[in-house]
Design a protein. Structure first.
Length: 144
């Protein structure tokens, strides 16, 4: 189920990227620091990331999203022992546990077969935000 959902998500991201290239508005591969811009998905003051940006010490210890450099180090470290998947597998969004936990069923539960709780816990990310993260991973999950 996860793979089918991610295929649809990536298809949407590729179509969007192709449209931007044809329109001449594509700035090239996404970099993590751009996802920290005000109003973007990893903005530290955004409610969806506040637990991992220092508000909750345990959440921040598990995944530090306080700065782009700390986030990159946290996201690209070795695989979590409980899942067998790295948080981010550069160029392989469907193998990235981060996307697995960001996606959820319509009723808010984790997708079938995904270990861990859906994140963020209260409100899911908007679809364009998940597509942006998938594009960043597909482009190589680069910091700068």
């Amino acid at each position: 189920m996860v793979t089918a959902v991610l295929r649809g998500l990536l298809s949407s991201a590729c179509t969007e990227a192709s449209s931007r290239r044809r329109a001449g508005t594509d700035a090239g591969p996404l970099r993590l620091h751009t996802l920290f811009a005000p109003g973007d998905v990893f903005e530290p003051q955004a409610g969806s990331c506040s637990c991992h940006a220092g508000q909750d010490p345990l959440a921040t210890a598990r995944l530090n999203l306080a700065t782009p450099a700390r986030a990159w180090a946290s996201l690209t470290r070795s695989p979590p022992a409980t899942t067998g998947f790295p948080l981010v597998a550069p160029r392989r969004p469907s193998s990235s546990h981060l996307l697995h936990v960001l996606l959820r069923q319509a009723d808010g539960r984790a997708l079938r077969g995904v270990l861990g709780h859906p994140m963020p816990p209260d409100e899911p990310l908007r679809y364009p935000e998940i597509v942006t993260i998938a594009r960043w991973i597909a482009h190589g999950a680069r910091l700068n």
